[in-house]
Design a protein around this ligand. Structure first.
Ligand code: IMP
Length: 220
């Protein structure tokens, strides 16, 4: 996939809340809708096809799809549903296994590039020789993903591809760009479609910009 083959979302082109249905309990807590749910689903449909087109041509095409929890779970679920419906250019279906991991990067350990993955070395050994697809919700600075990839590479997978639904246009980026990106978004804090603010908003279907009211209401 071309490195910049994504949809660029402009902060000037957001949608007012009253153009869409928003849960009543969040009406004051979000400022605007950045990406409506229907558009997210349509984009995932296309991303699934792009991903399937590039799966290595094995006798039985296969992927280990790894969900980066918690924010990646909705994208993961919808993407897996779409991939299941796809066939390779040779008309073959794809055998999927699903894996779930949590990642914590420790800023204090930056010098060692430490990232703590919720899977043990024994569990990570299962990735040896496999075709991995890492599914993330958002790349912000890119630090977490770079560290995660370094760790996964130690276990000798056959291939690793990364997809992130969102990439943030931020001056703090380390330059990392995933193979498959849904949308490039402005440098604002976004919530919804499983992305959270202190564990809230995961139940909102659209991707939205949080309001000052929301930040205060759900501050810890
Ligand atoms: P990075 O290491 O800076 O790229 O951070 C990636 C992680 O930060 C993501 O997996 C999210 O959990 C979190 N994150 C970054 N920006 C946002 C946002 O705007 N909304 C919700 N979570 C975010």
């Amino acid at each position: 996939m071309d490195a910049k083959n994504w949809i660029d979302i402009d902060i000037e082109r957001v949608y007012p809340l009253d153009h869409f249905v928003v849960p009543q309990h969040y009406e004051k807590d979000i400022e605007s809708i950045l990406i409506p749910h229907g558009m997210i689903k349509d984009r995932i449909n296309k991303l699934a096809k792009l991903i399937v087109n590039e799966i290595p041509d094995d006798p039985i095409p296969n992927l280990v799809v790894c969900c980066v929890l918690k924010g990646g779970h909705q994208y993961f679920a919808d993407l897996v549903d779409e991939i299941k419906r796809c066939h390779t250019s040779k008309g073959k279906s794809i055998k999927l296994s699903l894996e779930f991991l949590k990642v914590k990067s420790y800023e204090n350990d930056q010098s060692t590039g430490d990232v703590r993955i919720s899977l043990s070395d024994k569990e990570l050994e299962e990735f040896r020789g496999k075709n991995l697809l890492i599914v993330e919700d958002i790349i912000d600075t890119g630090r977490t993903m770079v560290k995660l990839l370094k760790r996964l590479e130690e276990f000798g997978p056959n291939s690793i591809k990364v997809t992130s639904l969102l990439i943030k246009k931020t001056p703090h980026s380390n330059g990392y760009i995933p193979h498959y990106v849904g949308f490039a978004i402005p440098d604002a804090f976004v919530v919804g479609y499983a992305l959270d603010y202190n564990e809230h908003f995961r139940d909102l279907d659209h991707i939205a910009v949080i309001s000052e009211h929301g930040k205060k209401a759900y501050a810890v």
